[in-house]
Design a protein around this ligand. Structure first.
Ligand code: UGA
Length: 438
């Protein structure tokens, strides 16, 4: 099939490459020439494991190319996936739909033959119906569908080629048939559930899934506070409750909480839309979820400040991790960087290290000091903060690190360092949810 993908960020670039890998002819479109140049050369403009290979082979095959023209996209494609960002609106909890509206509004006048426009961006419920009206008002015979995306950064290629489920919101059987054809190579394998529904339900499935995940994380983080007060261990507790299949063990890692370009802004936009729909109380609990999550960052700063004697002034602080999660260079709403910047504002001399996210971190927080390796970040540090659980950090040798630092003090913001080994090496380790004395 001839497919276009509008928006080539973390979602669109992966989707475009994977659609081409499934055998389709794909044109990726973006307004950003830097991204287009990199992608056209077969180079991902961001860190995503496995994407480089898929991109290289699909660009090489001639099935995948990139450009900047929506008119060209309209002329080329029969199916147009809209994958642009929906960030939080400045000064509001709501989603900023400018890019989605520009993509569909820009395509509409050029869609002069039957085609399917498929939204993948995360949007407030009701957006798809409004975009369908944009197509109608432009006199276009194109139809609109919604096909939310559930990929996780760091696993994006695998999640796209082997999704847990495919959800489509459609208004005709023709639209569903087209989407079944797009995903035929995945569906043929036989084990991917296919859920076909209306536009509003499809939009809501996505935001509800992210709201549930955020709630699960904040739930275990709230329990972590009780564990700290009671001298209990939240990691053992999470393992134990996770064995109940009704609860499940995933997304029960307590610590610094969630960040990134999705969960934080999605729960806020969900609350905002519930308010607009006249049911603000229905999602009032998400405010608490958000509050618990932001409180993790404050608590992490407090733990570190306590370890260095109550003030960061004149103290050297090493921060391991800048990305919002491992295996990504995404620093959007990164809890790690938020903590690093707060400590710097409180007078600490902060040195940050991350295996891949340093350039993005520097662009967002240019006044922080960045160290080229773990050694440089930690040398003579008064306290080390482990804030993104990259494998390199989890596997650190406590003796080796201990020989570099000024004092063996650690805040394990992700609750993954093996505590007995660190404590045996003389480290004073604090964390959120297992701070009980050894
Ligand atoms: C999230 C969802 O998991 C995807 O299903 C969804 O498609 C995506 O948002 C999106 O809307 O585009 P992602 O933002 O890549 O994916 O990251 P997650 O793996 O969900 O992690 C989010 C944050 O939660 C990270 O900061 C992570 O460190 C934190 N987290 C995760 C915890 O603090 N504890 C956990 O147990 C799990």
């Amino acid at each position: 099939m001839r497919i276009t993908v509008i928006g080539t960020g973390y979602l669109g670039a992966v989707h475009a490459a994977c659609m081409a890998d499934l055998g389709h002819e794909v044109l990726g479109v973006d307004v950003d020439w830097t991204k287009i140049d990199a992608l056209s050369a077969g180079r991902p403009p961001f860190h995503e494991p496995g994407l480089d290979q898929v991109l290289a082979r699909t660009v090489e095959s001639g099935r995948l190319r990139f450009g900047t023209s929506l008119q060209e996209a309209a002329e080329f494609g029969d199916v147009h996936f809209v994958c642009v960002g929906t960030p939080q609106k400045a000064g509001s909890n709501a989603a900023d739909l400018r890019h989605v509206e520009a993509a569909v509004g820009g395509l509409a006048p050029h869609l002069t033959r039957p085609a399917l426009v498929v939204g993948k961006s995360t949007v407030p419920v009701g957006t798809a119906a409004g975009l369908a009206a944009v197509l109608r008002d432009a006199g276009s015979p194109a139809e609109l569908a919604w096909n939310p995306e559930f990929l996780r950064e760091g696993f994006a290629v695998n999640d796209t080629l082997h999704p847990d489920r495919l959800v489509v919101g459609v208004t005709s059987t023709g639209a569903e048939e087209i989407l079944r054809e797009v995903y035929a190579p995945i569906l043929d394998s036989g084990d991917t559930p296919w859920i076909s529904t209306d536009l509003a339900t499809a939009e809501l499935v996505k935001v509800s899934a992210n709201a549930f995940l955020a709630t699960k994380i904040s739930f275990i983080n709230a329990i972590a506070d009780v564990c700290d007060a009671a001298g209990a261990d939240v990691t053992t507790l999470a393992t134990a409750i996770g064995h109940d299949a009704r609860i499940g063990s995933r997304f029960l890692s307590a610590g610094l909480g969630f960040g990134g370009g999705c969960l934080p802004k999605d729960i806020r936009a969900f609350m905002a839309r519930a308010g607009e729909l006249g049911v603000p109380d229905a999602l009032a609990f998400l405010r608490e979820v958000d509050e618990i999550n932001m409180g993790r960052r404050r608590r992490t700063v407090e733990l570190a400040r306590g370890l260095v004697g109550g003030s960061f002034l004149g103290r050297s602080v090493a921060v391991l991790g800048a990305a919002f999660k491992p295996d990504s260079d995404d620093v959007r709403d990164s809890p790690a960087l938020n903590v690093a910047a707060t400590i710097q504002l409180q007078g600490g001399q902060v040195r940050v290290h991350d295996p891949v996210a340093m350039d993005n971190a520097r662009a967002q927080f240019p006044t922080l000091d960045y160290a080229p390796d773990i050694r440089k970040a930690c040398e003579h540090a008064d306290v080390v903060l482990h804030l993104t659980e990259w494998r390199d950090y989890v596997e650190l040798d406590p003796e080796w690190l201990g020989s570099l630092v000024g004092a063996r003090r650690m805040v394990d913001g992700r609750n993954v360092l093996p505590l007995p080994a660190w404590r045996a090496a003389g480290w004073d380790v604090r964390s959120l949810g297992r701070s009980a004395p050894a």
